[in-house]
Write a protein that binds this ligand. Sequence first.
Ligand SMILES: [Zn+2]
Length: 401
Amino acid sequence: MIISAQLIDLFERNIYPAELEIDAGKIVEVRKVAHVPEGAGYLLPGFVDAHVHIESSMLPPTEFARLAVVHGTIATVSDPHEIANVLGVEGVEYMLHNARNTPFQFCFGAPSCVPATCFETAGAILDAAAVDGLLAREDIGYLSEVMNFPGVLNADPDMLTKIAAAQRLGKPVDGHAPGLRGADAERYFAAGIQTDHECFSYEEGLGKARLGVKILIREGSAAKNFEALWPLLLEFPNQIMFCSDDKHPDDLIHGHINQLVVRALEKGCPLFDVLRAACLHPVEHYRIGTGLLRPGDRADFIRISDLETFQVLETWLAGECVARQGKSLLPHQAVDTPNQFLASHRQPEDFEWQTQSSAGAIRVIGVDDGEIVTRSIEGIAPIREGRLCADPASDLLKMQW
Ligand SMILES: [Zn+2]
């Protein structure tokens, strides 16, 4: 099979008319040609979400892939942390098993912090032995976000053993250190942690980038840091990737990493730096098996309309067209669920609680739009018959457990 279009060569930083010869799912040859048909568009390696919890899409990996390929995404780096918190290793195995049914590439990590803190009542604990067992598997690509940064700074033996296991196996170690700066940041990353996707200000990102940390610019359904962090792409183009962290289904249906590419170009970032961040850096850092348009590579690529709107015309995986003109061509697949979600019915009274106080002053977890970092603030809750009540009018709600 021959595919022709303008080819965007991310290695040579060059664009030229080319023909791809594809056989048995691989690129046999890339030939420069004199011209290509009008409207053939541009070919480039597909987009990669460098950090996303598939579980946040409320979909199993096969269905996530069906939606993501429409936007030119061909791979993700994914921490199965959420399902591991519910089901432990069995949950991770479910994700790995389901992902085998799609040509989309999921690079799954071994969750490093299940539960995230000892204050959580998680459904499972992944200790150093369990993480070691996961890391040894060929289908586990890295140690995922080391959220327990106090554990790293205080040399917690369990945490350090997990990091050492990844290093012994030559697998990358992902960071997660919101707000960490100065000497603490230096010590945290010196422990062998290579990335961070939690920067929420430019200064924080700058400090970490100067330590040589690879910065994942995150823009997802929960946290939105693109506006704060995009200038880092100008200063540290070789250390940047894009990620969503959490992508809810109603967002995923509208777009994915392709949206960040367009926004970065609109800010004036150089084309090749943007595309290398979106397509190349995650594949190299995590050693994902997706093709990068070189002879011998798996035939994974996308065709876009032009270099301004970046409309995704086609997405190809292993030599098959899996999305065309906004429609996914990947089949729906039956889903076997690994567990059941059982919840008892709740009454409004369940969301009230007894108090001796008459003032109703309470501590509240303050949440800001577009941020996942919370604040401790004070609020006044209405009191009815000796019970503190939620007050939706002032956005004061009670968490139920
Ligand atoms: Zn995350």
